[in-house]
Design a protein around this ligand. Structure first.
Ligand SMILES: [Mn+2]
Length: 493
């Protein structure tokens, strides 16, 4: 049996150091393909020398922990070109999910956890939308926006959303101004379809409003103003360059590029970001951001394509909650950057990934939106193995079927190998479980037991469901197998 020290860690440093990234990464035509035998958990090292595998896998854990420090926060620049800011909008876009409304007290609890997780910016709400939301954002600004957390004493930026009008901007400023690092995020639609049918304004009018309102927000004393051209994914390119140029001149420090309707494909969204970076005058004086909706299930992929093309702020939500099909998921984007850093030109974030599991659970509880069992990173099945072939591999070496160590996201499994017993489980896993539970039986007894186990497992859908959903079946399941005759008599199964 493999020892508990064999940890398949998510870490890129097993591989040779990445080449220095080019000054301007070329637009992404397709996401780079994985190279065989260069996975981040050290399969290459294991294949080359199986005896050395455990120490080889352990070594990079320490290297992982020594990630570069988060650069000091300056609104319109980042001193390390590889650092990517994580902007969490769980409490704004996430809260706009149908049925996800949270109380002020719940929002404050989640905001505290987001600060522990290490997000750079918390978009705490839309203060003009209701007096309650203004209060919620203000409470978060007062407390979370002034309380250092973690070893580096990190204090997140607290941001409030506003449309491009004075009333909204005043409300946002009233809410966030108490924070040590306040930000106003204002937006106006720039696609033909939105300008014509929703705003009923000409492009020139839209530019004038955007310029005036960004300047107004700066004039209130807010040093950090984010501007979003809503529906940028469907906006005319030349018009985008023009309006972005104008708002930079008016004082915008972050330019957020939303794929509001989740319509773009990864290579297309990457090209949009690369084009904006290449063609917008004055863009070097602002941070480019992504905001990808998930209508085609591509939000995380689009976000990564945006980062690869030069965006240095990524707007995401915990569990990917958000309007309609949701937003890019923080845990997917952050762990993809962490696992495949070398393929993304050395990008890194300030997220302490060990808080991911707890944050995900808190957001599920407070928003009432539960993730599906197979949700990447945080689903109940994401680190569970039921099939016999996979279980056999896991028992021999965890890197066989896991690219991330559960420890890395703060997940404690009831079973070290993530083994869930079900009808597909094989002899190796079932016997290991029996030994773990203290049953020592000979080969013949085991064969009898295994036969009975399979009979029960095939019939007991409920137990298989329990076992994958809650993972507490280990003992129950075995006991049930051992007692199946007795239970059958009582009509339980
Ligand atoms: Mn959105």
């Amino acid at each position: 049996m493999a020892s508990s020290s064999a940890k398949p860690y998510c870490c890129s440093s097993l591989n040779p150091p990445p080449p220095p990234p080019p000054p301007t990464p070329p637009p992404l035509s397709v996401l780079p393909a994985a190279k065989p035998r260069r996975f981040s958990h050290g399969l290459a090292a294991v294949a080359a020398n199986p005896r050395a595998s455990r120490s080889a896998v352990l070594r990079p854990v320490r290297a992982c922990l020594a990630a570069p420090r988060r650069p000091e926060y300056v609104p319109d620049r980042i001193d390390d070109p590889n650092y990517v800011r994580i902007f969490d909008t769980t409490l704004r876009d996430g809260e706009q999910s149908p049925g996800a409304t949270m109380t002020s007290a719940e929002k404050l609890v989640v905001a505290r956890q987001l600060a522990r997780l290490g997000v750079d910016i918390i978009e705490a709400g839309f203060p003009a939308s209701s007096p309650d939301d203004l209060d919620a954002v203000r409470s978060i600004a007062i407390e979370v926006g002034n309380t250092p957390v973690g070893e580096d004493g990190h204090v997140p930026v607290i941001c409030g959303l506003s449309r491009c009008n004075k009333r909204d901007i005043d409300a946002a400023w009233e809410a966030v101004r108490h924070a040590r690092k306040p930000r106003i995020h204002t937006f106006i639609a720039t696609s033909e379809i939105h300008m014509q049918h929703k705003l009923r304004k000409t492009p020139d009018q839209v530019v004038a409003i955007a310029r005036e309102m960004v300047a107004y927000a700066r004039g209130l004393g807010c040093p950090d103003v984010e501007f979003s051209p809503e529906d940028a994914g469907r906006s005319n390119r030349e018009f985008l360059y023009h309006i972005l140029d104008e708002v930079i001149k008016a004082g915008a420090t972050t330019l957020n590029i939303p794929d509001t309707v989740g319509y773009t494909l990864p290579h297309e969204f990457g090209k949009l970001i690369a084009d904006i970076k290449a063609n917008t005058p004055g863009i070097e004086n602002a941070i480019i951001s992504t905001h990808c909706q998930n209508d085609l299930g591509l939000a995380s992929a689009n976000t990564l394509a945006g980062a690869y093309a030069g965006a240095r702020q990524l707007e995401v939500t915990i569990n990917g909650i958000g309007e309609r099909a949701g937003n890019a998921s923080l845990e997917e984007v952050v762990m993809a950057i962490k696992c495949r850093r070398e393929l993304l030109g050395g990008l890194y974030t300030g997220i302490n990934s060990q808080h991911i599991t707890m944050t995900s659970k808190m957001v599920q509880e407070h928003s009432g939106l539960h993730v599906q069992p197979h949700k990447a990173i945080v689903g109940a099945n994401a680190f569970a193995h039921e099939s016999g072939i996979h279980q056999d591999g896991m028992l021999k070496f965890k890197g066989t079927y896991e690219i991330i160590s559960p420890d890395d996201i703060g997940l404690t499994r009831a079973n070290e190998f993530g083994i869930v017993l079900g009808k597909l489980s094989g002899r190796h896993a079932v016997r290991t479980k029996l030994v773990e539970l203290g049953y020592e039986i000979n080969d013949k007894e085991f064969e009898d037991f295994f036969k009975r186990y399979k009979e029960v497992a095939e019939k007991k859908k409920v137990i298989i469901f329990w076992s994958t959903r809650f993972m507490f079946s280990d003992i129950h399941f075995i006991l049930l197998c051992l007692k199946s005759k007795a239970r059958r008599r009582h009509g339980i199964d």
